[in-house]
Design a protein around this ligand. Structure first.
Ligand SMILES: [Zn+2]
Length: 403
């Protein structure tokens, strides 16, 4: 078993040790030390990084893993022989960050229990934020805010956090927030004075003040309850800084104060919606006029209209096709547009004998596009830039000849 130095001191970053095993696992160099300050991934907390120095050579620690039998595997950037004396140095900034997030989780989980009797069923530490899953059917924004407030009060009170080892039977009598699923030997208890007592193998602050602060973020429903995202300490500051920068940029776009951004955005969305409606109405009128003009150009029966619009899009084309054919007795419209994705629309007055869907399929085969539709109305699109205006025009003529 590896002697876990971090069990007794979460702020020990440098230590000396001896390599007791060295082997290769999944193509990676793995070693076991007699003692270590490197924390292995476990209990939701991510492993440490850092370096090992041996005989003037410096090796990077790339991963640290816990083993069922109590050994800790260190994966290194180069091999080391058993028996080698090493000096280990833990990446202190990364460790401090993990200690803040992990200890913050203890406080937050205890706050949810105290206020609403919502137990934490899992904890995840990510690169940017952490989450806990609460066993509950729902969590309101007001409840989340209340828990955040209590957690920050406990942080501000700077309550001492102590570690002690007690036999399992004794621990059972202490009313722990959480007992580990299976345990042999003594339990390692983390005691936040008069607030939380739980069994845990992780690294923690000496007093709650070192957590700095806790900021709750997204709240979402998940299968086992409610997931609460949070950030602690420097992460909370960095997150707030990024939020402020984002809001400031948005506010500058509206020339408004940051707190007025939601109202400005609502106004702007309403304006965009109204403008879209007005534009659609104008487009419909334009389609109406265009249809009248085109129908006036021919008196044949059926009236076959072939027309391409290099500057118009598919929306206009469909409107025009409707205006040309709906309520008319014998009109066939073969239309093309060039704006955005070049589009074809074929339509005929309802119930006529031609098959627009089939004609469209033939046209798309020639153009390398995709499309189809019913006997009376069909639409197809070709990849942008693959068919010029002339090609579309000649294809419309060719389709007209087939009628
Ligand atoms: Zn812990």
């Amino acid at each position: 078993m590896t002697d876990r130095l971090y069990y007794h001191d979460s702020f020990l970053y440098d230590f000396d040790a001896r390599v007791v095993e060295a082997f290769s696992r999944e193509g990676k160099h793995a070693i076991v030390l007699d003692r270590t300050a490197f924390y292995p991934t476990s209990g939701g907390q991510v492993h440490d990084l850092g370096v090992l120095i041996a005989g003037g050579q410096q090796l990077a620690i790339t991963e640290v893993a816990d083993q069922e039998d109590g050994r800790i595997l260190h994966f290194t950037s180069a091999p080391l022989a058993a028996g080698t004396q090493v000096h280990g140095s833990v990446d202190a900034a990364r460790r401090r960050d993990h200690v803040q997030q992990h200890s913050g989780q203890h406080v937050l989980s205890a706050a949810f229990i105290r206020l609403f009797n919502m137990p934490t069923v899992s904890f995840h530490m990510g690169e940017e934020s952490c989450t806990i899953d609460l066993e509950t059917t729902g969590l309101s924004a007001a409840q989340a805010q209340k828990a955040e407030h209590l957690a920050n009060e406990v942080i501000a009170e700077d309550r001492p956090v102590s570690i002690r080892f007690v036999p399992l039977e004794e621990a059972r009598q202490l009313g722990l927030r959480k007992l580990p699923p299976r345990q042999t030997g003594d339990l390692r208890l983390i005691d936040i004075t008069d607030f939380d007592l739980t069994a845990c193998g992780g690294t923690h602050v000496r007093a709650t003040g070192q957590i700095g602060s806790i900021l709750l973020r997204k709240i979402e429903k998940v299968k086992q309850g409610v997931r609460v995202e949070f950030v602690c300490g420097l992460r909370a500051v960095n997150t707030a800084r990024r939020d402020y920068t984002t809001l400031t940029e948005a506010a500058a776009l509206y020339s408004s104060h940051i707190y007025d951004v939601p109202e400005q955005a609502r106004k702007s969305l309403a304006e965009t919606k109204a403008a879209g409606k007005a534009q659609h109405k104008l487009l419909e009128e334009l389609a109406e006029f265009s249809a009248e003009r085109l129908l006036a150009q021919t008196t044949d029966s059926p009236q076959v209209i072939t027309e391409s619009f290099p500057d118009r899009d598919a929306v206009f084309l469909k409107l025009l096709a409707q205006k040309l054919t709906a309520g008319k007795s014998n009109v066939i419209a073969l239309l093309a547009s060039g704006a955005g994705q070049p589009t074809l629309v074929f339509a005929q007055s309802p119930g006529q004998k031609s098959n627009m869907g089939q004609l469209m399929k033939d046209a798309m085969t020639q153009l390398g596009g995709r499309g189809g539709g019913s006997a009376d109305m069909a639409q197809g699109g070709v990849p942008a830039g693959s068919a010029g205006a002339d090609k579309l025009k000649s294809l419309l003529q060719e389709t007209a000849r087939k009628l």
